[in-house]
Design a protein around this ligand. Sequence first.
Ligand code: GDP
Length: 424
Amino acid sequence: MLTAIVGINWGDEGKGRMVDLLSSDYDVICRYQGGNNAGHTVINEKGKFILNLLPSGILRETCVNVMGNGMVIDLEHLYKEIKTLADQGIKITPENLKISDRAVICFPFHKMQDILEEERLREKRFGSTRRGIAPVYSDKYMKKALRMNDLLSFDTLKDKLRDIIEWKNLTISGGYRSEEIVLEDMLNWVNEYGSKFVPFITDTSKYLLSAIEDNKNIMFEAQLGALRDIEFGIYPYTTSSHTLAAYAPIGAGIPSKKLDYVIGIMKAYSTCVGEGPFTAELFGEEASKLREAGAEYGAATGRPRRVGGFDVPASRFGVQLQGSHCLALTKLDVLGYLDRIPVCVAYEIDGERTTEFPVGDRLVRAKPVYEYLEGFKADISKCRKKEELPKAALDYIKFIEESVGCPIKYVSVGPRREDYIVME
Ligand code: GDP
């Protein structure tokens, strides 16, 4: 069984929490895109964990975790993330973590370039997480990146890195007039953080293909959500990778395989980190109450998230892009304080009402059309069965299901592993 678990919205839907829950049925968990620019928060019987790069299956002894070729890996960040988890009692070895030999290395100069560009843009900035993701993916497509397999041969790595740094300095010390990148410094960085990962470097395509042969269950874990996809998201306020389920076979290194099942993770309201069009955005007291109720601050950066009501046009588009077979609706408990629940049911663009999700400047001009549904005014975090949910909560779930055109199979009512309801 090949299953992808993906975000329907702008990210931060609670994918990590759902992967942690559903991973009990899977032998292998594979991350297939992105880097340490987003964070999954997972709370289970072992404690509270923040994962930026590692697949969420790392918290289960029975899972083998794969970091696929579609990822970009900041070695220093990975080193520190593993150390923090080790301090929390999680064992990470080449047995339970396999890193693709084709995954791209994110260097300190990528981070530097990200920061320099955001600062140059000032008020026109993208709201980047400043983790170097856009520069490192650009370099990958410029064919000027180093990959994990380069760590296996220090001499050739040195030659390649020298050439790359000579080119990169045209931008860093030339264009931006920042401090020059020095080869020695970068080699020391590689030595300090990269050499530790040599035993983890694997031909993960081969590993996954043989796992498929052995009828193992494999889950592909995405980062961020459909609306952040580089092609179909709110470009240019997207990430630089493909956040869609369709990319999983490529980013995991098994392009000849087809997914059996896609689970979309969708939040009961909207949140968005950074800049860019966010049509359903709420402001003032209505927004701050929702932000506080949902503790909406970024896991990777601590930034307050922009918030809004559930966005029908955006979520329906997300469900279609992901090709979801079913959905998990998360954070429904957060809405328990509301007398009436705001829902953005459509957009108004140039005086016309639409439920289609627009592209480019039309999206920028879109205004939300809000309707209000009856609030359930209850703490539902202890509910474990559909029958225990108040009628207004069931009505809200049904409304969302119908408006996005996909069944909601799971409802999450709290951050801990056991806080969920199966709706069948
Ligand atoms: P991810 O990147 O999609 O995994 O999402 P994040 O980890 O950034 O954000 C989800 C946050 O919401 C985390 O702090 C979770 O612990 C929390 N969370 C997830 N599901 C629920 C839920 O159903 N209810 C509540 N109250 N919190 C949740």
